[in-house]
Design a binder for this molecule. Structure first.
Ligand code: ARG
Length: 463
């Protein structure tokens, strides 16, 4: 088979239409699988020699030829020809051109169907580890920033309205918690996909005595798949991987949204480094958070990939159909975009500072201590619903009298609203006092923030 010629030339007369050649090819994007395809082929050939389907010498020549091809591709010296359709055919044809007869035996007991399913799994195992590494770096940056702010207070929002005071550290650690779930979700995804479909052939397996566990072991898989019909068309792991990416992107997008708001003049809570801002072509004063906006915007591409992948899978008849070739476009897209976003998020987090003075100056607005006051009354024996009403009426009184803080009300006025209120109320009627008083595990006060920082530092080390 000459380079450029196809293995089924004997079956289908005449060349493929030019339009069809361009339409059917995946070489333009699946070439990035080349290393995995070659590693998979070497394992397959080693197994073929172990069961006596090729000789040891043929395996040696095949391995040598495949490694040379890997070097040629890596060096940019490989002539890709899209008439070969995909990376699997391109490498096989090059091998045959290079070593002749033994090359023609490589595809023994194998179809591109089980081959590509194996390749994607091999690629994805590595890609998951890359994403996990970047997620860990991001977590480290968040923990580092949190360490600086265990005692600095900021407002937490619900419905984007000022709600309760929290430490800046606790706020930052919320993203560590989210990305930790992302990390372990990816780990679970990797574990589930780490089974080898090689040997499932086109759909029904093979009449040849292939040693499937051997090939799987050579490739570092934990197990083999056990139903050839399912194995050749299972792309659940692709959908699952993109879903994992989607949640990573979702978490980063929410961080980006917060920080875009926080850089706005109205908040001015943070200042990101100039290196991660752009200006306007028209308005000379502008300092725009474009990187954060792009993290938010790129999330759309990842979600798009998920919907595309799920839609490709829906309604395909059993088993392999060429529709599945499109899987890689979306899996690659999701992986690339997510990787870029995690990297960018880490860089921004590492180069952002919180303006604690500006944040502290604004803490008196919004009655952030109101809930803590109601809980103070609960401790004094007032039923919570009643306490809620009492504090609500005091907040209304403040607003009516133009007072911005509950602490500005005269003690007598408080006592006439509820006799249980005593002087010690003033210890908690300020954001720092409230935060110090948080008692529940996981609460957003300084003590818990310190404990969480300790926990995450250890945990991250183990990852
Ligand atoms: N390029 C194809 C893919 O990515 C390889 C499998 C083709 N199999 C086939 N029977 N045409 O799915």
């Amino acid at each position: 088979m000459a380079h450029g010629e196809k293995s089924w030339e004997k079956r289908l007369a005449g060349g493929t239409d030019e339009l069809a050649v361009n339409f059917v090819e995946s070489l333009s994007y699946d070439r990035r699988l080349y290393k995995y395809d070659i590693v998979g082929s070497i394992a397959h050939a080693e197994m073929l020699s172990a069961v006596g389907l090729i000789t040891k010498a043929e395996f040696g020549e095949t391995k040598k030829g495949l490694l040379e091809i890997a070097d040629e591709i890596a060096a940019g010296k490989f002539a890709f020809d899209k008439r070969q359709e995909d990376i699997h055919m391109a490498i096989e044809a090059a091998l045959i051109a290079k070593i002749g007869e033994p090359g023609k035996k490589l595809h023994t007991g194998r179809s591109r169907n089980d081959q590509v399913a194996t390749d994607i799994r091999l690629w994805m195992r590595d890609q998951i580890e890359i994403l996990q590494t970047f997620l860990t770096k991001l977590q480290r940056a968040l923990v580092k920033l949190a360490e600086k702010h265990t005692d600095d207070i900021m407002p937490a929002y619900t419905h984007l309205q000022r709600a309760q005071p929290v430490t800046i550290a606790s706020y930052l650690l919320s993203f560590v918690e989210m990305t930790a779930r992302d990390w372990s979700r990816l780990k679970a995804c990797r574990k589930r996909l780490n089974v080898c479909p090689l040997g499932s052939g086109a759909v029904a397996g093979s009449t040849l005595p292939l040693d499937r566990p051997m090939a799987a072991e050579l490739l570092g898989f934990a197990d083999i798949t056990y139903n050839s019909i399912d194995a050749v068309s299972d792309r659940d792991f692709c959908a699952e991987f993109i879903f994992c990416c989607s949640l990573v992107a979702s978490h980063l997008s929410r961080l980006a949204e917060d920080w875009i708001l926080f850089t706005a003049g109205e908040f001015a809570f943070i200042r990101t480094d100039d290196a991660y801002c752009t200006s306007s072509s028209m308005m000379p004063q502008k300092r725009n958070p474009d990187m954060l906006e792009l993290i938010r915007g790129k999330t759309g591409s990842v979600y798009g990939a998920l919907i595309a992948m799920l839609t490709i899978l829906k309604g395909q008849p059993s088993t392999y159909n060429r529709d599945l070739q499109e899987d890689k476009l979306h899996v690659f897209k999701a992986a690339d975009v997510t990787e870029a976003c995690v990297q960018m998020a880490e860089a921004i987090v590492s180069h952002t500072r919180f303006d604690t003075k500006k944040i502290a100056d604004g803490l008196d607005a919004g009655f952030l201590d109101a809930t803590a006051m109601a809980e103070y009354l609960v401790v004094k024996g007032v039923p919570f619903r009643e306490a809620h009403g009492i504090v609500g009426s005091l907040v209304a009184a403040c607003e009516k009298e133009g007072k911005t803080k509950l602490a500005d009300l005269p003690p007598e006025q408080m006592q006439s609203a509820c006799g249980k209120i005593e002087k010690d109320i003033f210890e908690i009627l300020n954001p720092a006092g409230v935060c110090k008083n948080y008692k529940t595990i996981g609460a957003a006060g300084p003590e818990n923030a310190r404990a969480q920082i300790k926990y995450w530092k250890e945990k991250i080390k183990e990852q």
